[in-house]
Design a protein around this ligand. Structure first.
Ligand SMILES: Nc1nc2c(c(=O)[nH]1)N[C@H]1C(S)=C(S)[C@@H](COP(=O)(O)O)O[C@H]1N2
Ligand SMILES: [Mo]
Length: 218
């Protein structure tokens, strides 16, 4: 029937982006964090995996060792719990699942704590940490991360609110019992799943009402 004369179909127009509930897209890439921006000194920098590791070993990588690990690209949006979403970030980095293979957890590890410079922390379920789109990113849009966006290494967990995507990452602690991180201690949701819109822990309570005096905004 001459189907060999048919031209290939035109590329399908990209489906309109779907934003999670309560989020609004913003132009560009706003900077958002608590506290000062640390300076990167490669000779003093390392990444540690510690806590409940198999055989109780602490794993440590220098900056050169980190950049020798295989990296991959993930395109995703970044959703701040304050309601803004910056779109279409092309992240490049080490899949968290790769690091987990290099630094096996002990049996019974259920969560991890991501540790950043100046003591910032964010807890994650192990399954969120090992999700295929969770990266330890070194680049965005083909360029190394800038200082204010987390240089040299940041966590990127696209399916959770931005407070889980710790910038200036320095450590991963394996946990056999969950513990709240920095914003989770201050009333933000322990899991932070963007698609169910749970930003605050009070949303899990029966008669949900915001408590007075929450300790700040992400
Ligand atoms: N170390 C550190 N990482 C952090 C934060 C922070 O305060 N400290 N804020 C988080 C929050 S609330 C958001 S929304 C994102 C914002 O990332 P961006 O500045 O690259 O847009 O960083 C996250 N990572
Ligand atoms: Mo945020």
């Amino acid at each position: 029937m001459g189907s060999d004369h048919l031209a290939p179909p035109p590329p399908r127009p990209r489906a309109p982006r779907q934003l999670p509930p309560g989020q609004q897209g913003v132009a560009g890439w706003p900077v958002s964090h608590y506290g000062p921006v640390p300076r990167f000194r490669p000779e003093r920098w390392d990444l540690k995996i510690f806590g409940a590791t198999a055989e109780d070993v602490t794993h440590s990588w220098s900056w050169d060792e980190i950049t020798a690990l295989p990296r991959t690209t993930v395109v995703a949006d970044l959703h701040c719990a304050q309601g803004t979403t910056s779109t279409d970030h092309e992240w490049f980095g080490i899949p968290a699942a790769t690091l987990l293979r290099l630094a096996p957890p002990a049996a019974g590890v259920t969560h991890v704590m991501a540790w950043a410079e100046y003591g910032y922390s964010a807890n994650l379920r192990l399954s969120d940490f090992t999700a295929p789109t969770t990266l330890l990113a070194t680049h965005r849009g083909g360029e190394p991360l800038t200082a204010e966006h987390g240089s040299p290494l940041r966590l990127v967990v696209p399916h959770l609110y931005g407070y889980k995507s710790a910038k200036w990452l320095r450590g991963i602690e394996y946990l056999t019992a969950d513990r709240p991180g920095f914003w989770e201690e201050r009333g933000y949701h322990n899991v932070g799943d963007v698609w169910t819109g749970k930003r605050y822990s009070y949303q899990d309570e029966d008669h949900a009402a915001p408590p007075g005096g929450r300790g700040g905004t992400t």
